[in-house]
Design a protein around this ligand. Structure first.
Ligand code: THU
Length: 137
């Protein structure tokens, strides 16, 4: 998919964020290995630790539809009412969650607009990650 359109989906997903506590709206979009696209936004909770990040929502949508590997992940975030978006990197829990479902060549795009993004590999964001290979030999 065209990168600009793909980032736009993540930006649009951020508008659906349920973030009354932080006012920080995050949107994510993932592309599965078979080319399906899923989006997600962060969903907060009065019991803060029950909050789910946008990345995990998008990936959960994909996995629950039967798609197991993610080849692209886009993350976009900004404070409500702010003009400028900055770089928003996945939190540690999301990095672990992503690593479970990442294709070998997963690209993670950190986008601050349709035209501005940086691309990372999972290994750059999460070297020496914990996996079933390290856990169960
Ligand atoms: N958040 C995400 O959705 N993704 C991240 O990777 C970082 C944090 C959300 C969680 C919470 O709703 C808000 O941003 C502020 O932490």
């Amino acid at each position: 998919m065209d990168i600009k359109k793909f980032i736009k989906l993540a930006i649009e997903a951020s508008y659906n964020a349920y973030a009354p506590y932080s006012n920080f709206q995050v949107g994510a979009a993932v592309e599965t290995e078979s080319g399906r696209i899923y989006t997600g936004s962060n969903i907060e909770n009065a019991s803060y630790s029950a909050t789910i990040c946008a990345e995990r929502v998008a990936i959960s949508k994909a996995i629950s539809e039967g798609y197991e590997k993610i080849k692209t992940l886009i993350v976009y975030g900004k404070y409500e009412n702010e003009q400028e978006a900055g770089d928003v990197f996945p939190c540690g829990i999301c990095r672990q969650f992503v690593s479970e479902f990442a294709s070998d060549d997963l690209k993670i795009l950190i986008a601050s607009s349709e035209d501005n993004y940086k691309i990372f590999t999972l290994n750059e964001l999460m070297p020496h990650s914990f996996s079933s290979v390290s856990a169960y030999k």
